[in-house]
Structure formats: structure tokens, C-alpha cells
Design a protein around this ligand. Structure first.
Ligand code: MN3
Length: 200
């Protein structure tokens, strides 16, 4: 496949004040686009050209094609990240998913605190995730750089980009403030619940 940059599923100015149009213009049009352009160049030299994006991510990791892995994994991460946010984000967690979160984290607030802590303590660039593991349990994890649950196991239900490019324009160095705004106001819980239902 050829990697292609998807449109944002909402207007650039619609996530304000929690994530500005300027952040989304840089993050989507420059950073995500660079992963697409570089990924396609690197894909040319491999035996993975006819594969799906998931297979490219997993195959480049297995073959230790570091450049292709970094760019294709970041492409996958960002496709999902855009969909995991919404102008109507935050709010009520769909009931079945909320029940599962309470079962595995004691409360929605405890889940949010755990998720924010993971994002805040990821040293350097990376991601915080909510994954559904093969044992049926929800877990919060964190990964470095472009790494993601496709290679570390579990189904990614939610991911938050904690690279500085995701928050520096709006929050400067205050990564915890960005994470709090993300969990309280940006998460598209309907989409997370859809991923949960597909992963069960
Ligand atoms: Mn990013």
C-alpha cells in the first residue's frame, strides 16, 4: 500500500481551547505528513510494499528496518490519535466500557489518573495507551517514540501523543496540563468504546 495522509475528522479550530488550530496545523500537516512522505520513500526499498499498514508496522519491527518502523508506526498512531479526539470530547463514557474501566481500575477517575501518570512519566517522546490485553484485562501502558501496542501486544483502545510537538505550542513544558485536558475534554469515548467492542 501507499501511505496517505488522512484529513482530520474535524475542523482545525474545533478542539480549542484544549488543542489549538496552530498545534493541529503543525502536528497534522507537517509532522504526520512527514511520516507519510518518509514512510513511502523507505517502503520502496522493502518487501513490504503490498502489505497492509499493520503488516508494514509489524514487519518493519521484526526486520529491524528502524526508519520504516518509526515512520509507519507513527502513521498508524496518528491516524488513530485524530479519531480518538472529538470537538465533543470528554463527557460520559459509554456504559459497557465504563463498567469495564471500573472493574479494572476501581473508578473512571483512577483510570484517568493512571493514564495521565503514564503520559507524564514517559521519558522523552512517546505515547500513553489504554490497551485491552489478551487476558481480557484493561491496562495502561506507555511506549517510547513510535512504538505502540501493535508490536508490544494488546489492542490499543486509546492513545495520547506525548511528543512535545503535540502540546508545546499550547502548554509549553506543562505536559501534565495537556494530559489532564486530553482526558477531561478531548477523548472521543464513542470511538474508544467502538474499538473496545471490536477488540473483545
Ligand atoms: Mn505526533
Amino acid at each position: 500500500m501507499t501511505l496517505t495522509l488522512p484529513e482530520l475528522p474535524y475542523a482545525y479550530d474545533s478542539l480549542g481551547p484544549y488543542m489549538s488550530a496552530e498545534t493541529l496545523e503543525f502536528h497534522h500537516d507537517k509532522h504526520h505528513n512527514a511520516y507519510v512522505v518518509n514512510g513511502n520513500k523507505l517502503l520502496e526499498e522493502t518487501n513490504l510494499k503490498e502489505k497492509t499498514l499493520e503488516e508494514i508496522v509489524e514487519g518493519s519491527w521484526e526486520q529491524e528496518l528502524t526508519g520504516l518502523f518509526n515512520n509507519s508506526a507513527q502513521h498508524w498512531n496518528h491516524i488513530e490519535f485524530w479519531k480518538m479526539m472529538s470537538p465533543k470530547g470528554g463527557g460520559k463514557i459509554p456504559s459497557e466500557l465504563e463498567k469495564k474501566i471500573i472493574e479494572d481500575f476501581e473508578s473512571a477517575d483512577k483510570f484517568k489518573a493512571t493514564f495521565c501518570e503514564a503520559g507524564a512519566t514517559q521519558f522523552g517522546s512517546g505515547w500513553a495507551w489504554l490497551v485491552l490485553n489478551d487476558n481480557g484485562k484493561l491496562e495502561v501502558t506507555k511506549t517510547a517514540n513510535g512504538e505502540n501496542p501493535l508490536i508490544h501486544g494488546g489492542h490499543a483502545l486509546l492513545g495520547c501523543d506525548v511528543w512535545e510537538h503535540s502540546y508545546y505550542i499550547d502548554y509549553r513544558n506543562a505536559r501534565p496540563d495537556y494530559l489532564k485536558a486530553f482526558v477531561d475534554n478531548l477523548i472521543n469515548w464513542e470511538y474508544v468504546a467502538e474499538r473496545f467492542n471490536n477488540a473483545k
